[in-house]
Design a protein around this ligand. Structure first.
Ligand code: NAI
Length: 438
């Protein structure tokens, strides 16, 4: 009997193990468990503190709707554990949602190497090795982490090389497109789900149909796209690159507006009203931050360079360069405002509203707010910072500075009182409600 025959006789997946209890692994697993009551989802992580937080009243990730969903599902079919090996062994399907940062990423925006940055795949490789060593039965391994093209094949090779006798693995690419701040809505109502496999391989086709069956519990079939693994991996990188490109495009136009006196909001409305352009991601800002856009474009630049496409690499590198420039221009404008005072901004107090990289999340990875704050501190400013979701500990750790130059405030009003200037660094809705007369 061939393996395909054996698999055809199998019942559907009843146990999923998600490795990586972060911004992707936690919310994704919570939604799968809610939509597939017959499946037990165990989320595992090597970070015991993070797992303890997922099992507590204070979840480690803030997302609208996540708290109640996790607390409800925890009493049913959603588990958080540090016992990685047992969970892997028990599962028929393993989701890889570990972090894949840039190697030696320089977070000083705009200053990355012209060659781009490679992606650090150590966590992915370690997981593949461990899965092969632990597994006593065949499994589907789903790559959800954002990875360079060819990673699924590499994972397949590691698994094949280290598998125990009689155990087979089928690796699928299933990139995640959720956006922090709206993760639960994005997971519940995705624009599309991509499942990358191999059309020539019957095992892969079966695995694709099994993952598709899971998504079909709540996603309409026409939104589930199957393709080869390379295309799936490249679709994810390209999608993020194009979104980031829109941010850099509108920010580049904002530089023109500031000189000629045009209103960037109106320019954006004028562009976005064209249905061919669309209005999303056309809000001028400090630039994009977060864990994804920067590293995914850097990875795309790296890919272009390695494929001998330097002009294409340069094209995408400019998206990063404009992003770094936007932060620098913002700081210059603040410094210019104080140019007439004898010591410039030195010794002045600046109220900073917001610190997370965007509204709706407490995530501070690559937040442009930190770049702005660090620059202002370097020029001798004192900062009063308020963010509704980022803790004092996180802000001070990120700025790597003592309490002398930075004061963390409980609300926007205490940050603003006694300040010489107010800057808005994150577009939290509550900042639009501030009573400026008060
Ligand atoms: P994260 O850093 O919040 O979580 C990753 C988790 O994996 C960490 O808790 C870490 O301890 C754990 N981990 C790493 N190596 C491990 C190992 N060997 N064994 C067990 N646990 C291990 O990362 P996040 O934001 O959830 O991202 C995960 C992946 O998803 C990345 O590839 C990212 O690019 C991608 N992604 C992230 C999105 C986001 O908005 N954060 C959106 C779409 C994709």
């Amino acid at each position: 009997m061939t393996r395909v025959d054996k698999q055809d006789q199998r019942t559907h997946t009843t146990h999923i193990c998600c490795i990586g209890a972060g911004y992707v692994g936690g919310p994704t697993s919570a939604v799968i468990s809610a939509k597939c009551s017959e499946i037990t989802v165990t989320v595992v992580d090597k970070d015991a503190e993070r797992i303890a937080a997922w099992n507590s009243d204070n979840l480690p990730v803030y997302e609208p709707g996540l708290d109640s969903l996790v607390k409800k599902q925890r009493t049913k079919n959603l588990l958080f554990s540090t016992d990685i090996k047992s969970a892997v062994d028990r599962a028929q399907m393993i989701i890889l949602a570990v972090n894949t940062p840039s190697i030696a990423a320089d977070t000083t925006l705009g200053s990355e190497s012209p060659r781009g940055l490679q992606t650090d795949l150590r966590a992915v490789k370690q997981c593949a090795q461990m899965i092969a060593e632990v597994s006593l039965e065949s499994k589907i391994v789903v790559g959800k982490s954002t990875v360079p093209c060819g990673t699924s094949r590499m994972v397949q090779e590691i698994l094949d090389k280290n598998a125990r006798g009689g155990v087979e693995f089928t690796v699928l690419s299933n990139p995640e497109f959720l956006s922090e701040g709206s993760a639960i809505q994005d997971l519940l109502f995705p624009d599309r789900v991509i499942i990358g496999g191999s059309a020539q391989d019957a095992n892969s086709q079966w695995a694709q149909s099994e993952l598709k069956w899971i998504y079909q519990h709540w996603v309409p079939e026409h939104k589930i796209l199957t393709m080869d693994r390379w295309s799936s991996e490249l679709a994810k990188l390209s999608s993020n690159a194009m979104l980031a490109q829109r941010v850099s495009s509108i920010n580049s136009i904002s530089a023109i507006c500031e000189i000629v006196g045009a209103d960037i909001t109106q320019v954006a409305a004028g562009c976005g009203a064209d249905s061919r352009v669309g209005s999303m991601f056309l809000r001028a800002s400090l630039g994009f931050g977060g864990s994804c856009f920067h590293k995914d474009i850097a990875s795309l630049v790296w890919l272009c360079q390695s494929l001998g496409l330097p002009e294409i690499a340069e094209y995408w590198r400019q998206v990063l360069a404009i992003n770094g420039l936007q932060t620098k221009r913002f700081v210059s404008r603040i410094l210019d405002t104080f140019a007439s005072s004898p010591k410039g901004i030195c010794g002045k107090r600046v109220a900073c509203l917001g610190f997370s990289y965007k509204e709706g999340t407490g995530d501070t990875r690559n937040t442009p707010a930190a770049d702005v704050c660090r620059e202002l501190i370097r020029y001798g400013a004192h900062l009063s910072i308020f963010d509704p979701k980022v803790s004092e500990h996180h802000i001070l750790e990120k700025l790597d500075t003592g309490a002398d130059s930075v004061q963390i405030c409980e609300d926007p009003y205490s940050a603003i009182s006694e300040s010489d200037a107010v800057i808005v660094l994150t577009a939290w809705a509550e900042f639009r409600e501030i009573d400026w007369k008060r």
